[in-house]
Structure formats: structure tokens, C-alpha cells
Write a protein of this length. Sequence first.
Length: 185
Amino acid sequence: MTTLAAPPLARRLGLVAWIGAAALLALPVAAMQLTDDVNWTALDFAVFGGMIALVVVPFQLALRRSRNLAALAAIAAALVTAFVMVWANLAVGIVGDGMSPVNLVFLGILALPIAGAVLVRGSTRGMAWVMLAMASLQATILAALAVAMPERGVWLTGFFVAGWLLSAGLFHLAARLPDWHTTAD
């Protein structure tokens, strides 16, 4: 029987992800010690911790499932892009102030990569197309709202387009690369 080995690199990447998550969660704690401008409640920490978990847990699952470094990088790029989109939206809003209903569009479009991943069954080639569709949708939103958006919204939306394109390119590369290795039991 042949099983996929968990290479040391995968274990190290998993450890780095959890250390990074802990460091991110520690940032507001440190900021609260340095300034009165940062005043997080338990709910703020719970929401932020949940957001971080929604990035780290799927990445950990990908580390167990995939043996393709480009695919892991593509997944990481997509997860980070989605994380920043949600974080910016919750913190200050992307368009106008945080209460603008247009900001809900940015959260709603995150259904596309989730549904797309299910439809293509997580295949790297299929995910490349899903991420390209996500970049196209984000660019369409950017074009449609460019007149009404403040500069921050345009810059952030451009960052999201770049993140989805990076993920698409890495998934395309992953479809062409071999997996790490297998070991016989």
C-alpha cells in the first residue's frame, strides 16, 4: 500500500502557520499596552481568532491533502486574500465607511471560490479557473465602483485582484508540477 508521507517541510509550514496565527492574535494585545487608541473587547478577539482559524485550519487540511508546493502556495494566496478582504471590511469598510451596503458585495463574492472548489473537486487546473473568475469578478466590481470609491477602496480592490491572480497563476503552475513524493508501507 502506498501512502503520502508528510514531509518535514509540510510539518514546518504547519508550525509556521500556527505561530503566525498566534503572532497575529498577539498584535492587538501588544497595541493595547502601547496606546489607548486600540481597545479590543473579548468579542473583537473572538471574531479575529475565528477569522484566523478560518485561514489556518483549511491551510492545515491542504498540507495533509496536497503534496504540491505550488498548490499550497496558491491556497495560501487565496486564503490570505480572503482574510484581508474580510478584515478590511469588518475594520473600516472597503467602500466609504464600514456601514456602506456596498461592502456586503465584497463578502458575498467569497461564495464563488467556495462553490467553485466544490464544483471542480479541488483540482488544481479547475481551481486556476475559479481563481481567474474570482479576479475577473473583483476587477468588474472595481471598474463598476471606481467612480464612487475613495482611493483606499480602489487600492484595496486592486490588491484583491492581484491576490486572486497570484493564486490562479500558482494553481496553473501546480497543475503542471509533480507532487513531492510517496512512501511504501
